[in-house]
Design a protein around this ligand. Sequence first.
Ligand code: SIN
Length: 279
Amino acid sequence: MTSRIAVQNYSGLCGAEVSGVDLAAASDSEFEQVLAAFRDHGVLFFRDQHLSPEQHIALAERFGPIDINRFFPADGQYPEIAEVKKDPGQTTNIGGGWHTDHSYDAVPAMGSILVARELPETGGDTLFASMYAAYEGLSPGLKRTLEGMRAVHSNHHVFGAAGVYKQEGDAGALFRNESLTSEATHPVVITHPLSGRKALYVNPGFTIRFEDWTPEESAALLTHLYRHATRPEYTCRFRWSEGAVAIWDNRCTWHYALNDYHGQRRLLHRITVAGCPLH
Ligand code: SIN
């Protein structure tokens, strides 16, 4: 049977929108095409999918084993599903800054699958940035400097008892296991395990310093890399709609949940898929 799948660039350098596939019923050959688009574009957007929680879990399992986030509130019925929720009375949201999921783990998560459940009337878009584009846009000299460097990633300052969620704003009560924080080191430039392309692998959410550098010494170069990586041409902005799904690769993208919908409720369901050590 001829496949109707179409993959269209979402912006010049970041992401693609995929149409003509029902993610809940994709054949093996259709899923192969989705995987190829995922490898090539880093983040994929799908409209009108309306996945049930069971279909969401089954889709994630086609990508790989599920990595249950130890900090996020789980959906009561399905421990595999993390709730990304902001209620009308809250002012802080989850993921409201540039980051990539689980970079603080020794074996960081491969990807995340986010499903729209309840959307504000306006606002609540998610921004993405391509770390392939960011790496490729660096000067040859800075690429050479970063090659071989490693960086320390931590979640103490985010999910720990003294971290931002517990200390600032009103999203802290949603998180659990504040004593299970950890650190890991990874190369600053990784060779992506699926595509073989190089990607910048530091992020403002969880990278705290370069290995063997102090935080103060690291700050200037990290700030430069972050400013560079968020150049508009490396990013895209996804406007959610009912039934929409975003699937991103944490090893070559960052994301940022916009917090511009105070007084309205937003609920998305996230499943994170396990990854492999990064080199
Ligand atoms: C996240 O950071 O995983 C959540 C993204 C979003 O809510 O748009």
